[in-house]
Ligand binder design. Structure first.
Ligand code: ARG
Length: 581
């Protein structure tokens, strides 16, 4: 059920009946102000211009043709201002739509009619280092879009483009080899990747022999030496294990099967460079292979240089990204590739996309999207760091979130068991970190603040989770199973009507979020639902003495759809709900 689509179809056919050219849009939008229609069709002005007629007169003719089309769906069609058509929906019809959504497993949200194969590139930590807050945004936002597109019926292919290749791995496996020689336990040696990396780096800087060994190891690794590969694999497995633990803690849908890191494309790199040379796109410059992009020239007209192979033969981050893109189109058959990567990599992404287009690795039918995001800032307005200026480890951040949530839950309620508190603290803590990120406009920087993310007021995870539990408690009080309610839904008051229309806009919101990859629009929507629900709850008594059973049950069904919408919406964001808190 999608009201906007329904109205769009009806208005288009009314427009056709008035002789309006078929390529003109119906321009349907939800009403912006009370009293100006639940929806508006704003087509008359533009169409009148094209046809050289009077817009109000044309609106009148459209309304006359629309009236029979909307029989039983809309009550009132009104022309306002220069030719806006205001549409008031019929409460009986709304009640029927709510009833059918409330009992439907998918809330009456149909699968898309044109499913795509969507590759989503997200998370992508460097295995040489501990995952840090910079990867948090990519992981959380990318996962929300993966869940949402899958829910809509697209084929989603998650790709975790981890950094598992490159010169530093020579140093790392040389270090690992030494430490294994000393204590034999890889897990222990790599328990703290940050410390391990520093040890390796120090070793490399201070010890000439070690440095030479490290250099030798990279060469051997890259030429496929079995011993080197074994050490490298061991390093990789342990490091990936750290990330996987974080994914589980975060309730993110990434697992080992989604890992396809830079090393995967190793054998494609030379052929890709060759192809770019053959096509005349890459050329030699100071011993390196370079693609010069006039498309991305600077303001003085100098083309943007992209090195794809260093003097001496090494390949670069850009080379593996070009190879990955080619693989995603040719082998995975992607129609849409979404990259959730920090805004600071925009030039890199533009270069990769431009080269891929020019080389015909992706034709125009494939959508290539760098969905950049801003930086997570600390309270001081500077990039988020520990007090001593180090990078914040994700594992520690999440543990702190759960701890803080536990304290809050303990303060607020007295009748929860310790095991319930543990469970709730986990959902609230993790949910807060995720929601505070997802609810901000993706492209902006944002300030990470424990106090605001854990607040029970405002557009936060705890507020949304609490709204859900409030509905659960009404059902507990009423002693009714929501599924057992079969009565008609009567939309009798203004508050019920506003809430009902908002609930029925769920699929419209999901369409927009998946199109623009902006999950904050879903958060805003859920927040509006929760707020309208509070207004409805105050104005429309449910369990009060003297309320007719029919009215009570109708309102209960509306409450139930509110809870289900919040639950489904949060689930698409990867956030869990609970019965009580
Ligand atoms: N490993 C990279 C980093 O930490 C992110 C990878 C993003 N994905 C990609 N296809 N480049 O910066």
């Amino acid at each position: 059920m999608n009201i906007r689509e329904l109205l769009n179809d009806k208005v288009l056919s009314a427009m056709a009946a008035c002789g309006i050219p078929a390529d003109l849009p119906a321009l349907i939008a939800p009403g912006k102000k009370a009293g100006f229609g639940d929806y508006q069709a704003n087509c008359a002005m533009g169409a009148a211009k094209v046809m050289g007629t009077n817009p109000r007169e044309l609106a009148g003719r459209i309304v006359a043709a629309l009236q029979p089309e909307l029989e039983g769906i809309a009550d009132k069609l009104e022309i306002a201002g220069p030719g806006f058509i205001n549409i008031d929906l019929n409460p009986t019809w709304l009640g029927q739509q709510i009833a059918s959504a409330q009992t439907d497993a998918r809330l009456n949200i149909a699968n898309v009619s044109n499913p795509q194969t969507v590759v989503i590139d997200y998370s992508g930590p460097n295995l040489a280092k501990e995952m840090h807050v910079g990867h948090l945004r990519s992981t959380i936002i990318g996962d929300a879009l993966a869940r949402l597109l899958e829910f809509q019926g697209h084929k989603v292919i998650r790709q975790n483009h981890v950094g598992d290749w490159g010169t530093q791995f020579g140093m790392l496996i040389a270090e690992l080899e030494e430490q294994l020689g000393a204590n034999q336990d890889g897990e222990m040696a790599l328990k703290d990747l940050e410390v391990f990396y520093q040890q390796a780096k120090k070793h490399f800087d201070d010890d000439e022999n070690f440095a030479n060994k490290a250099r030798d190891y990279v060469v051997r690794l890259q030429s496929g030496d079995a011993n080197m590969l074994k050490l490298w694999q061991q390093f990789k497995d342990i490091s990936l294990h750290h990330s996987t633990e974080i994914y589980q803690q975060l309730n993110v849908t990434l697992n080992d099967e989604h890992v396809r890191g830079e090393s995967f494309y190793n054998n494609d790199l030379a052929p890709v460079v060759k192809e770019l040379q053959d096509q005349g796109l890459a050329s030699e410059s100071e011993g390196a292979q370079v693609v010069f992009l006039q498309e991305l020239a600077d303001k003085d007209g100098n083309p943007s240089p992209v090195i794809i192979q260093k003097q001496g033969g090494g390949f670069l981050y850009a080379t593996s990204d070009i190879a990955a893109l080619r693989y995603r189109v040719k082998t995975l058959h992607a129609n849409r590739i979404m990259y959730f990567i920090d805004a600071r990599q925009s030039l890199h992404m533009q270069q990769v996309f431009t080269i891929a287009r020019k080389a015909k690795f992706a034709d125009d039918s494939v959508s290539l999207e760098h969905l950049a995001f801003g930086t997570m800032m600390g309270n001081d307005g500077k990039p988020f760091k520990t007090r001593t200026g180090g990078t914040v480890k994700l594992a520690e951040l999440l543990t702190e979130a759960v701890e803080r949530a536990g304290n809050l839950v303990r303060e607020r309620s007295t009748d929860l068991s310790e095991s319930e508190i543990t469970e709730i603290a986990r959902k609230v803590g993790i949910g807060s970190v995720k929601y505070s990120d997802l609810s901000k406009t993706r492209t902006n920087d944002y300030i990470f603040s424990w106090d605001s993310m854990l607040s029970f007021e405002g557009n936060t995870a705890p507020y949304m989770q609490y709204a859900f539990t409030r509905v659960q408690s009404i059902f507990r009080k009423a002693g009714v199973q929501p599924e057992s309610l079969q009565n008609k839904i009567v939309i009798g008051t203004e508050q019920e009507k506003t809430l009902a229309i908002k609930l029925l806009q769920f699929s419209e919101v999901l369409d927009q979020v998946s199109r623009e990859a902006l999950p904050h629009l879903l958060c805003t929507y859920l927040y509006e639902i929760a707020s309208l629900y509070m207004t409805f709850y105050e104005a429309c008594p449910i369990l009060k003495e003297g309320i007719e059973p029919d009215v009570r049950d109708s309102r209960l069904r509306l409450c139930h759809l509110v809870a289900r919408t919040i639950e489904q919406g949060l689930d698409l964001l990867g956030i869990e709900v609970m019965e009580r808190m």
